[in-house]
Structures are given as C-alpha cells and as structure tokens.
Design a protein around this ligand. Structure first.
Ligand code: WTA
Length: 572
C-alpha cells in the first residue's frame, strides 16, 4: 500500500538537504559541540543546564511547569541552582556517589526533574519508574539493578518492598512532615537548607547515565544502560528531527518513566537551551490544546495513541483553541496510522512526523524530516550517521519491498551500552555483519523509506499470505465506528492462522453482527480479502502499554487462554 507524498511545507530547517548530509555526515562534527572534546571531561547535566546558566541564556525560561495545582517557571540559572540543591541532598544525606543507581518513583513535578539532573551531576545512574508501578514491578527493577537510593513520595512509598531489597540504603521522601531516621530522608526540608553550589562529578563517555527497564515478549524486564556518550545523538537528533531553534517552545508529552520522556523530555531540548514545557496530571484533550495555546508551543512531540484520542475528541474542539503557534509535530512509539497523519493535516494544517526508535537504540534512528516528503504510514529514513537495512535471518540484506528484520549497523553514539547484569541478553541482539536486530519486521521501498509491519513474533501467516497486523489495524481505524483495533493471528487448522480483530468502538456505536460484517467488507475492499478479520470481538478498551502500544501478546493470551506474562508496563 503506497500513498501519495504530501506536499513539503516550506521553511528554513536545521536539516535542509537530507541526501547531501546523509552522504557526508560524520559524528565527529557533533562531538565538537561539547566541552569534553577540548577538556576530556563531561557530564550530560552540565551540558543540559549549567552551560546555559553560564551563558547568554541564563535568564531564559528553561522549564514551564503546570498541573492542576501548580503553575511555575524556572530560568536556566534557577535550574542550575535547584539541580545543585537536589544533588546536595542526595550527596550529603543519602551518600550518593558516582556509579550508584538512584531510582526516581514519583509524579511528574519539577522536583522529579531537579532530582534526575541532580543525581546525574553526581555521576549516579538514574533509573526512572512509572508512577503506576505496583510492588512487584518496583521490586524487580530495584533488585536487578542493586539500587542504593529511591526518591519517592509518601503516596507511593508503600509500593517499595524495603525488606526485600538488601542493597537499598536510603529512601528520600518528597512530601510534607516526613519523619527522618538513618533510612528515611526528608527531601523538601533538606532541599531548602542545601547549598546551591555543588562540585560536579566529571565523568567519561562510557560512564552510566540512565537505566531504563523495558519488557520483551517473555521474561522479566531488562535494564537497558545508556552512558553519557549518548547525548551526542540526543543533541544531533534534536537538531535535525525536532528541528529545535533558539526561540522554540517545545513540549514532549512523555513521562520520564519511558525513554522518550528522558531523552526527548530532558536532554534533547535542554542540550539546545530550548524552553521546555512539562505538564503533570492526567490526559484531557481540552487541557492539551490549552497548553499549546497558553505557552505558544511551537514543537510538539507525542504518540499515536494520544493523537487518536484527540481525534476521538472531535474536530470541533480543536477549532475552539488557537494553535497557530505550532510549527512542527512529531510522533513516536507505535505505528502512526495514515489516517492520523491525514487528520493532522486537516485540523492542525501540519504534517505529523513519525519517528522510530527503541529504548535500546537510545535515540531516534528512522525519521521523517521537515525537509523531506512524507509517505503516510512510513517511518521515514535513517538519520545521517546511521545505516539501517532489512536483513534475513542470516544477516543478508534483502531487496526492496521484501519483509524482514529491521536492523541497524552497530556503532551509533546512543546505542545501549549493555543490558544490566545480563551480557548474554545484550549479545543476543546482534547478528553476523555487525547488525543490531530490532525485533521489528519492516520493509524498505525503492526510494529508501522504511515501512513498519509489526513485531517479528506478531506477523500473521494466513493461507500462506504474510500479513502485518499494523496494516490491518490501520485500515480498521479508518472505519468511522472504530476507535482502536488490535489484530492477532489465531491458530487455525486449515489456514495456519486466521486474522482476529479486537475492536473498541467510538462513542455512539453499538456492537452488532451487522457491524462486524460491515467492518469485514470495509477491510476486504480497502486492503485485501485475505487481510479481512474472520473473527471480531468488541471490547470496551484494549490492553496497552503506558507508551501506547497495543499489547498484542495480551490479546493473544486472552484468546488462547495463556498466561499474560509480565504486565508491569501496561497502563492502568
Ligand atoms: C515500536 C522507545 C512503529 C517498535 C521510543 C519498537 C514503533 C518499539 C515506532 C520500541 C514507530 C517505536 N512506528 N513502531 N514510529 N516507534 N515503535 O522501547 O515495535 O518503548 O521496537 O520505544 O516500539 O519501544 P520502546
């Protein structure tokens, strides 16, 4: 399925000629941006905050924060002082030292960001946790990483099973009237009285920065370790892909519990000295549009699920806000349906730029750029400095349009450094030819655009036809009655597998046999007869990760009566 390219909007972009830069770019050019290329000393938190606090940007707003109870803003100078204070609390009361694992488990508030950056200033490795994690998920991560300190709130503290975590030395509690002893530390009081001067720990390129746990289709979550070197790619992609400029107001909607919320919620924007908007609290379409209007957001990075929810809230709502500040919109995390791209053009008059990457790749890898034609449904092309290909199971590149493993040539700056405590798992990602194998299946067209098909284990074989569930899901959500769809292969004695769809309907539609038949015909006509779901189940809601991915393995487990496996990354 190939769709017409949309017209390229005119503008002066940071990346003006993709092909030219792709041919000539060398990562050494990006390294020059950072102090360590001269001094050999580095710290990502210095580059993100202190450097700007010591420059002409010192009084520029670094952080705009709001949630239902708070409305605050901080300059780069203030951010330097406040992150230093947080660093001092961790250093002086929790004895945090270089290399220690410090976990943060709290809602998205300014204190969360002060703490993450303060810990990084000490050379600690930060492990961010989603607020919604329950005890088992918290325990697995702290235990595997040997965490020394966790920073949390009185509300979430009950979910930290202290007695099962022998390595844990201190709990830093962010709340009112915290009782202190050898173990508990009262963050807010200590923060108030701490100095705003801190001696920063200078580290090496390969010293740990972030430890993001992520779950595969089987087994326990694994700890993906990123090191300070990754910031070179954070910086460079924020330049080319986010297209950040001096006067941008940038908003990434992701929580730091997810890698998008650290890499592009903290480092991408702040390495460029951009003004960064952070919004706490729950998702509400009105509040989102209001945020764009109030702050005059210019660059907006979100996810397909959020866009689909906004789409579900209706076009009328969009019209009641002034969103004219927006100049660049991006998406990540799951396939961006062509339908959503077309909706974006209609209501925002902006193309939504899809970006593909993984926790393991540490930064964007395959993207759509403002200067480039977009093919709705395609993830775009690899960033300069990165080689991507579709390979077979032996590591040989396959011709255009042939489905295979989406693979990246080893050696980009933000590639995971290792899997914590699990070298074997780390090595299992690589194939002969120095290919990192993503676990995604995709194909490349004859113009070098990459098209996502599904996770390898999700690809459906029905009557000998290979069907990517995403293509079917995308077609399904084009139907006016359908809000969300998840598609799996269900074992079938005759056809190998048949296509089964789980569907959540939009408000105002009721399940019925007629509707099922109508949906089948819709896919048959719009896509292919063999791609039409033979079975359809209507559900109120589909199981999804917090980053918005439909969890097909849970659908499969429901269908086949299997155990659902690790659900710690599933949304509430
Ligand atoms: C999926 C970190 C389609 C993919 C950002 C990948 C996508 C997994 C896209 C990584 C996209 C991410 N189109 N699929 N643009 N971006 N994915 O580590 O399956 O939580 O392997 O994301 O998300 O998930 P992670």
């Amino acid at each position: 399925m190939k769709l017409e390219a949309l017209p390229v909007s005119k503008g002066n972009y940071n990346l003006n000629s993709y092909e030219e830069v792709y041919q000539s770019f060398d990562w050494k050019e990006a390294e020059k941006e950072f102090s360590w290329s001269e001094t050999g000393r580095m710290n990502a938190a210095y580059e993100a905050i202190d450097k700007h606090a010591e420059s002409f940007r010192k009084n520029k707003i670094a952080l705009y924060y709001r949630d239902p109870d708070r409305d605050e803003k901080y300059t780069f100078k203030e951010m330097k002082d406040l992150t230093n204070k947080a660093g001092n609390v961790l250093k002086n009361y929790a004895n945090v030292e270089k290399g220690d694992r410090v976990f943060v488990f709290m809602p998205r508030t300014p204190e969360l960001y002060f703490t993450i950056l303060g810990a990084i200033k000490l050379g600690a490795i930060v492990g961010p946790l989603f607020e919604a994690f329950m005890e088992g998920a918290v325990r697995d991560r702290l235990d595997d990483s040997g965490a020394k300190v966790i920073v949390t709130t009185p509300e979430l503290m009950d979910r930290v099973p202290f007695d099962q975590l022998p390595n844990l030395r201190h709990v830093v509690v962010v709340g009112e009237n915290v009782k202190e002893d050898d173990f508990y530390i009262d963050f807010l009081s200590r923060f108030k009285e701490s100095s705003k001067d801190l001696e920063l720990e200078w580290v090496d390129l390969t010293d740990g920065l972030l430890l993001h746990y992520t779950s595969g289709s089987t087994g326990k979550p694994k700890g993906v370790l990123h090191v300070h070197n990754a910031m070179i790619q954070h910086y460079q992609t924020a330049n080319w892909v986010l297209d950040l400029k001096e006067d941008d107001v940038y908003w990434c909607t992701a929580d730091p519990g997810w890698v998008t919320g650290t890499v592009y919620g903290i480092f991408g924007p702040w390495l460029h000295g951009a003004s960064n908007v952070i919004v706490g609290g729950r998702f509400k379409p009105e509040n989102w549009y209001q945020t764009i209007e109030d702050y005059g957001v210019t660059v907006w990075y979100s996810a397909p699920t959020a866009f689909r929810m906004l789409m579900g809230a209706g076009d009328e709502l969009v019209k009641s806000f002034d969103l004219s500040s927006l100049r660049h919109v991006l998406s990540v995390g799951e396939p961006l349906n062509p339908e959503v791209v077309r909706w974006g053009v209609k209501v925002f008059e902006k193309r939504i730029h899809d970006t593909w990457w993984m926790t393991e790749t540490g930064a964007q890898i395959i993207c759509n750029y403002p200067c480039m034609e977009i093919k709705p449904g395609s993830m775009g092309k690899p960033i300069p400095g990165v080689e991507a290909a579709i390979v077979d199971d032996q590591g040989n590149e396959v011709p255009p349009y042939r489905m295979g493993n989406l693979a990246i040539k080893k050696g980009w700056p933000s590639m995971m450094y290792t899997i914590w405590n699990n070298k074997e798992k780390y090595e299992s990602y690589f194939m002969p030819g120095d290919w990192y194998v993503s676990g995604d299946s995709a194909y490349m067209d004859d113009e070098g655009y990459f098209w996502f098909q599904g996770r390898i284990d999700d690809v459906i074989m029905t009557s000998g036809e290979r069907v990517g569930p995403f293509e079917v899901e995308s077609k399904l959500v084009e139907h006016p009655a359908i809000a969300e769809a998840g598609v799996i292969g269900k074992p079938d004695p005759v056809r190998g597998e048949i296509i089964k769809a789980f569907i959540a309907l939009r408000d105002g539609y009721e399940p019925s046999e007629e509707l099922k038949e109508e949906i089948r015909q819709f896919v048959k006509k719009g896509l292919a007869a063999h791609a039409a779901p033979r079975e359809i189940d209507f559900k109120d809601k589909l199981p999804k990760t917090r980053s918005g991915k439909i969890m097909r393995r849970v659908l499969k487990a429901w269908e086949l009566d299997l155990p659902t496996g690790d659900l710690s990354t599933m949304e509430d």
